[in-house]
Design a protein around this ligand. Structure first.
Ligand code: P5A
Length: 435
């Protein structure tokens, strides 16, 4: 993308309303635009990151055997009356009426709807186990929307729902998602630590929140220091293997959010191994047994001909929240430092002297090698402004092309994450970036 023609509206001033770094940087880098409280439009730069994050989530869900569907945002109140949650959900639910005065709502989650859909098709034990997921906008009329996309009212969630014949199967499905989540966040360069958590309005008696440690996080958490060692994940068995040992590694050591914190158990963790910190909840998984299947009349015939009420779980990832969490974990004074896996563009080519034959030629060459995964700063702007914008938007690589080095056929290559710089030929630079 050529910046001279792009819609990448960066801001020089720090927006006064933004209290945390990720919110400030998303506004300054022109990633999002607030349209009303807790509701955001995603601009080109932000949308590209959102899509990269969603794609990693999708790949890991698919690899774990879940199948993608797409359910609507609008649901009928009737569905929620069946589960008893229509009244229980309270003022966080956005309630609507259609022209026939039918009560509708903008879905805050989809347990009821997916159970109803599955019920229409699943007849026997051969139709289970199944795991269905979608990546769809949710609405929750949060009391205090804040921190930009971290706690929005409209936000993008990946939500998966598992259906199993029995408790054993449901636990296997839970473990599969548990490990898929560790892998998903690790691919984004995040250590998201599973912690015992409250089940809130989703219900059930087993749940884990996946928490990224960050000073600006909304959750207070307590954990055993060993859990910060993610090397264990590399030795995890493949998808078909027995996942219990890897789940045990994380569940046998103390890790809990504030609501589940147990002072007595905490005291048994050696003091030098105790970590108490703030964190951001990027995912939350639940096992709730037959809560929804029973309420909504889902049953299938078992191998012995008797009817069975399937056991269920649901598994959420805050896709739009992750974009904020990634910035909290990867930034400095100058701006964002995107990990390669989620960067909106891999490379920014900074042509410091438009119209200089050498600069133009080298810029076009390296840009062409990475287009469409590169931006070319071909604006008529000061070099300083180009440096500042590239650092702000956080592209992992910058190819800096000025007249002096261009005359010698060389460019300066900068790695945003470390600040390392090297002067190289275009060919060597391309090879280094491809790395
Ligand atoms: C699990 C999937 C559920 O809704 N039902 C379907 C279950 N869980 S949850 O914990 O309530 O939400 C899942 C994840 O969504 C993100 N999230 C939010 N992100 C931005 N703004 C919000 N207001 C918001 N609320 C929830 C979190 O990452 C959460 O873990």
């Amino acid at each position: 993308m050529r910046l001279s023609r792009a819609f990448l509206p960066t801001l020089k001033e720090t927006p006064a309303e933004a209290q945390i770094a990720s919110h400030r940087l998303m506004l300054r880098a022109g990633m999002i635009r607030q349209t009303s409280a807790g509701i955001y439009a995603w601009l080109p730069l932000g949308l590209r990151v959102l899509q990269k994050v969603a794609e990693i989530v999708r790949q890991e869900q698919d690899a774990a055997g879940a199948q993608e569907i797409l359910m609507p945002t609008i649901q009928t109140a009737d569905l929620w009356r069946q589960s008893g949650r229509y009244d229980a959900y309270g003022p966080e639910m956005l309630r609507l009426r259609d022209r026939h005065e039918r009560e509708m709502l903008f879905g805050p989650t989809n347990e009821e709807m997916v159970t109803d859909i599955f019920k229409s098709y699943a007849k026997s034990y051969r139709d289970l186990p199944r795991n269905l997921y979608h990546i769809q906008w949710k609405f929750r009329d949060e009391m205090r929307p804040r921190f930009g996309v971290m706690r929005g009212r409209e936000f993008l969630m990946k939500d998966a729902y598992s259906f199993d014949l029995d408790y054993e199967g449901a636990q296997r499905s839970y473990r599969q998602m548990f490990v898929a989540y560790l892998r998903t966040f690790a691919r984004m360069g995040l250590k998201a630590i599973p912690m015992q958590a409250d089940t809130g309005p989703i219900g059930g008696n087993l749940s884990h929140e996946f928490i990224v440690l960050a000073e600006t996080g909304e959750s207070q958490v307590y954990l055993h220091r060993d859990l910060l060692d993610f090397d264990v994940l590399a030795s995890a068995p493949d998808r078909q293997g027995d996942l219990a040992p890897i789940v045990d590694f994380w569940t046998s050591r103390y890790a809990a959010t504030d609501e589940k914190h147990d002072a007595a158990a905490w005291a048994r963790v050696p003091a030098e191994r105790q970590v108490s910190a703030r964190g951001i909840e990027v995912g939350h998984i639940f096992y709730f047994g037959t809560k929804y299947s029973a309420a909504m009349g889902l049953q299938v015939s078992g191998a012995d001909g008797k009817m069975v009420v399937p056991e269920m779980g649901s598994y959420g990832i805050g896709v739009s929240r992750l974009v904020g969490a990634l910035i909290e974990a990867n930034h400095d004074e100058a701006g964002i430092k995107w990990p390669d896996s989620v960067a909106p563009f891999r490379l920014a080519v900074l042509n410091l002297k438009r119209g200089d034959a050498g600069c133009d030629a080298l810029s076009e060459r390296i840009y062409a090698a990475f287009d469409p995964d590169a931006v070319l700063d071909d604006r008529e702007d000061r070099a300083g402004a180009k440096f500042a914008d590239a650092d702000l938007m956080g592209f992992p690589w910058q190819a800096i092309i000025g007249p002096r080095s261009a005359a010698a056929g060389r460019i300066e290559l900068k790695r945003r994450a470390t600040g390392e710089r090297a002067e190289l030929s275009v060919e060597d630079a391309i090879a280094r970036i491809r790395g």
